[in-house]
Design a protein around this ligand. Structure first.
Ligand SMILES: [Zn+2]
Length: 242
């Protein structure tokens, strides 16, 4: 297991992901544990997931509002009430300076001890984890954590025009990493994770075996973590960025 901050030392956590539902598939069980412990969790979702869903008859222009509403409902299932959207176009996210600026702004506004984000690395075992938007958001988030958010001379407009002081994030938890270093037992919060996933009706409504699929995946993680039979775990690569 990696050396990680004790949750008792953590006041605020910011999860930065590409699409509505990313944080729920990867980490909702862990997030429920964090909010139960009194930690304030904020979501920053870079796109509105407007290229999502499979119903070709659903009016595409209504998809962003629907997916924002679904994400807000999913967040409530695990105790998160602060959900922010950046409105980038789904499927076309790149790790630009503009995205780094936007993420450094959110980091300086929220001032989190811990940031959660997707992996910039390609996972060759499970292709779906490595959606190009996930990799771009992971890369831009790590750059925003170091150096942009903590360097007062990076993006000086944040300080000079918006009054946002530099902020150092102490730790980053990466989801979907090919090399997980840390596992969280989510057996007790699994039902809330499933409820959060079901809140993304436009994405998961047709998945009759959703709970079973998620249970299988988390069982494998619990086995990797050496937890007793019947337990479920989510996995992370934890970086010390203090
Ligand atoms: Zn995604």
């Amino acid at each position: 297991m990696a050396d990680v901050l004790d949750d008792a030392e953590v006041t605020r956590i910011l999860a930065i992901v590409a699409h509505p539902d990313d944080v729920d598939f990867s980490a909702a069980g862990t997030i429920a544990r964090w909010t139960d412990a009194g930690i304030a969790v904020t979501y920053c979702v870079v796109t509105d997931g407007d290229a999502g869903g499979s119903d070709e008859d659903f009016p595409r222009e209504e998809m962003p509002a629907l997916r924002r509403a679904e994400q807000a409902a999913a967040a409530k299932c695990v105790g998160v009430h602060d959900v922010r959207f950046l409105g980038y176009p789904d499927g076309r996210v790149e790790a630009t300076l503009g995205l780094r600026l936007d993420l450094a702004r959110v980091i300086r506004q929220v001032r989190p001890d811990r940031v959660l984000c997707s992996s910039p690395e390609r996972n060759y075992v499970r292709a779906g984890i490595s959606h190009p938007d996930h990799r771009a958001v992971g890369s831009a988030t790590l750059d925003a954590v170091y150096p942009d958010a903590r360097n007062p001379f990076a993006f000086p407009e944040l300080r000079d025009r918006e009054g946002l002081a530099a902020w150092t994030v102490r730790e980053v938890w990466i989801v979907g990493s090919p090399s997980p270093t840390h596992f969280v037992d989510v057996t007790a919060t699994f039902s809330r994770k499933v409820a959060a996933l079901r809140a993304h009706e436009s994405q998961t409504g047709g998945m009759d075996d959703l709970e079973e699929r998620i249970r299988e995946r988390l069982t494998r993680m619990a086995e990797l973590a050496g937890l007793p039979d019947g337990h479920l775990a989510e996995s992370f690569q934890v970086l010390n960025t203090g």
